[in-house]
Design a protein around this ligand. Sequence first.
Ligand SMILES: NC(=O)c1ccc[n+]([C@@H]2O[C@H](COP(=O)([O-])OP(=O)(O)OC[C@H]3O[C@@H](n4cnc5c(N)ncnc54)[C@H](OP(=O)(O)O)[C@@H]3O)[C@@H](O)[C@H]2O)c1
Length: 241
Amino acid sequence: MSVSIKGSVALVTGANRGIGKAIVESFLAHGASKVYLVVRNQESTQALHRLYGDKVVTLQADVTDAESISKLALLAADVNIVVNNAGVLAPADPLSEHIEASLRKELEVNVFGLVRVANTFADILQINGGAFVQINSVVSIKNFTPFSSYSASKAAAYAITQGLRDKFAKQGVSVLSVHPGPIDTDMGVEANFDEMDSVSIVSEGIVSALAAGDFHLFPGAMAKDFEAAYRSYSEAFITPV
Ligand SMILES: NC(=O)c1ccc[n+]([C@@H]2O[C@H](COP(=O)([O-])OP(=O)(O)OC[C@H]3O[C@@H](n4cnc5c(N)ncnc54)[C@H](OP(=O)(O)O)[C@@H]3O)[C@@H](O)[C@H]2O)c1
């Protein structure tokens, strides 16, 4: 199902920096009428307010705080595109002494956060139509050893995203699962990636993928290699026609 950004009302978690901020900028450049910026620190969106005025509305919430997320439904009932972008990386290989702590932290944000955001907006999206976008990763389909717990959390998020696709399809709501490779953000720098693609590869890719009605998006050079190798499995088992 094709979803146009033009005239849409969007909501982006983790909208203050990195990929989330780029999504806000791309959506507004493509004609979104309003974007809700869901952030932990309300001060962190001042630059976006200076640039975009009343086209952006900051809402304070933390995806680990179920109450703050459920309150968003009252504040953003006109939304028709929800992007769950907020995420954390706590590097840990499977035998490191902090693997449990890393995995708990990443599951809490990357998986339970997704579940909270999706459930909060399920009824609103059913009424308004539109799309739910989840920022997953290439690590959702291949574990990278130094980031084993992060990969596990993104694999779990991808599994939930597939379930959301089935549930939302019955309600006329599109679901888009985004799988970037290394992207030049604070997280990318923290991970020490050698070669990183720019955030706009992801944000502009989302605009195009929503218009095309796609379920998967693999933005960036590394992600394209994953997409090519994964396509036949995906077509057979994930998105059979
Ligand atoms: N960069 C990459 O190479 C890459 C590749 C594939 C997928 N991804 C995914 O893309 C998404 C964005 O990542 P990024 O690279 O832009 O990372 P980033 O620069 O580290 O930004 C992370 C964003 O998530 C927010 N966030 C973290 N914990 C949160 C919480 N508990 N509640 C609400 N917001 C929270 C942060 O808010 P604060 O400013 O308050 O911390 C920030 O806005 C993540 O889901 C990440 O896993 C990134």
